[in-house]
Design a protein around this ligand. Sequence first.
Ligand code: DX5
Ligand code: ZN
Length: 216
Amino acid sequence: MTPIIAPSILAADFANLEREVTMINESAADWIHVDVMDGVFVPNISFGVPVVQAIHSHAKKPLDVHLMITQPERYVQAFYEAGASIISVHEEATPHLHRLIQQIKALGIKAGVALNPHTPISALENVISDIDLVCLMSVNPGFGGQSFIKNTFKKIAHLKSLIASSNSSALIEIDGGVNQDNAKPLIDAGADVLVAGNFVFTSVNPRDVIFRLKNL
Ligand code: DX5
Ligand code: ZN
């Protein structure tokens, strides 16, 4: 299966966002992964709504917005208006996940749920049929450039069987530490979407890295 490739703008040069977005536009990438961090849910602050709007104004590919923020229900509308095509919220960030999923879907965009490395797949049992995407964190959220957590492979297997048994059409997205060593095994294990930040943007030829990920 051909994977969906979503370069993470978090690893891009923020002083040259237009150039970086243009590079992604001209590459084999499918989506642009946009990491929003609030310094509360995760120990780092990235950027907020105006920067997402600026990215969107140059983007020719859908924005896959990953909200690493507390009380995400307060900001879903704003990120939708900023241009998000997919919004993923963390299961750990809200006591009302079901309501929040409905809120995102009512906007006519795709709804995703992200899980921290410690959160079991069973946390999704009662919503898996309602969502379009599961973002499995393969690092602890907050920073790019961390090492891939191998236990993610077990979680992919659990998630695949939950998706199959619930007739869900949710895509499996892997986020964190994706590189040349684990990309192909992840696809073979059942990943549909690969997010890649540092692997793409620290390379000499980011477009070529994206092409190679797309054609594993
Ligand atoms: C981590 C973010 C990731 C990050 C991935 O909190 O959610 O999307 O940008 O970066 P790499 O690929 O460098 O691990
Ligand atoms: Zn992310």
